[in-house]
Design a protein around this ligand. Structure first.
Ligand SMILES: [Fe+2]
Length: 349
């Protein structure tokens, strides 16, 4: 039965490739069949077909598709122009140095209803690694996280520098980084990521949450960690599916690559949303004012801690770089989120 469904998926992806002709950058080969079979078994036929189909069809799309109209990350001809302008203005070398200076930020999250066993529970949050963009920065990241103390690690997507093409180098860099991380590790995929990364990341011991949730248990109590697939470009996030099985009174944390689904997440009842995607602007004016966030969300959600109704959120400025491997007025970061129990008396007021 599964074999038959996988055949159908494989054939449908091959058909898309044939219809698109030379515009498609990746045509599935016979050797991809086992990945497709695994994806179909893991995600179900609809999600797997959607993700692979959109990946084929929308590779390198600069305008249209996704949450916003313009996708600068897909406009490769501008990347060298930006680099050239930075070189002319004398900012390039400084920006490259800044990209290696990864900060460890600390964020305390007070959560009503947090079980006592989770008071002090700490999540290491990394985002937007773009691990193959600037190998020295990925090495600096590995060095930074090696000495940190935390209970679980979460990664909110973007492992590859480009938005299409080979995944090998990014996966090699990720495998190296993983040797410096403590288990358990949970992650989601971003708009730079291919669904073909899934088996590789899971072989590294990373549990990728694709519209799924897990219970993290401690001393007989549990909190729930959910993750959605990319909502920015692929728009294959499914909050309803991700929240399935989370008890109404349980503390729930959502991993999403982008903050753009803040409204849906808040009304779905999540207590905390951890995300990235914006890079905090990456190249900012003095004072950290971003030129662009490449996201359809309020500016205050562009970096750091925020709140929307009862849901708390945190947008990581990201650990890596994309488009150009520089950071200006916006240092790269990893974040340690420590969960704290709300004063029960105050929470009832
Ligand atoms: Fe990113």
């Amino acid at each position: 039965m599964i074999r038959g469904a996988a055949n159908t998926l494989w054939e449908s992806v091959r058909n898309i490739a044939t219809v698109q002709g030379s515009a498609v950058s990746w045509v599935p080969m016979e050797s991809d069949r086992h990945i497709l079979e695994r994806l179909e078994g893991r995600l179900g036929p609809v999600h797997a077909r959607q993700r692979l189909g959109i990946e084929q069809e929308k590779d390198q799309q600069v305008f249209g598709g996704g949450m916003n109209f313009f996708h600068p990350e897909n406009w490769y001809s501008t990347h060298s122009l930006i680099r050239y302008v930075l070189q002319l203005s004398g900012l390039y070398r400084r920006g490259r140095r800044n990209a290696l200076d990864i900060r460890v930020r600390r964020n305390s999250v007070v959560l009503p209803g947090l079980p006592p066993a989770f008071d002090g529970f700490t999540l290491l949050h990394m985002s937007d690694l773009h691990a193959d963009m600037y190998p020295q920065a990925t090495a600096a990241l590995a060095e930074t996280v090696a000495g940190l103390d935390y209970d679980a690690c979460v990664i909110t997507g973007d492992y590859r520098a480009q938005t299409c093409g080979p995944i090998d180098r990014s996966m090699q860099e990720m495998a190296g980084l993983c040797t410096q991380l403590r288990q358990p590790i949970y992650a989601v995929l971003g708009n730079h990521d291919s669904i073909r990364m899934l088996p590789h990341l899971e072989e590294m011991g990373i549990r990728v949450l694709l519209n799924e949730q897990v219970a993290i248990e401690r001393e007989g109590a549990a909190i729930h960690l959910a993750g959605v697939d990319d909502a920015h470009f692929y728009r294959v996030d499914n909050l309803e599916k991700a929240a399935e099985g989370i008890p109404a009174d349980a503390v729930s944390i959502l991993l999403s690559h982008t903050p753009e689904i803040y409204r849906q997440a808040a009304h779905a009842g999540f207590d905390l949303m951890l995300c990235g995607h914006t890079h905090g602007g990456q190249i900012c004016l003095p004072g950290g004012i971003p030129l662009t966030l490449d996201a359809k969300c309020p500016r205050y959600m562009g970096r750091g801690a925020w709140r929307y109704h009862r849901m708390q959120g945190y947008t990581s400025a990201g650990a890596g770089t994309c488009i150009v491997s520089v950071r200006i007025n916006c240092p790269p970061e990893v974040t340690l989120h420590t969960l704290r129990r709300a004063d029960q008396g105050k929470a009832c007021q």
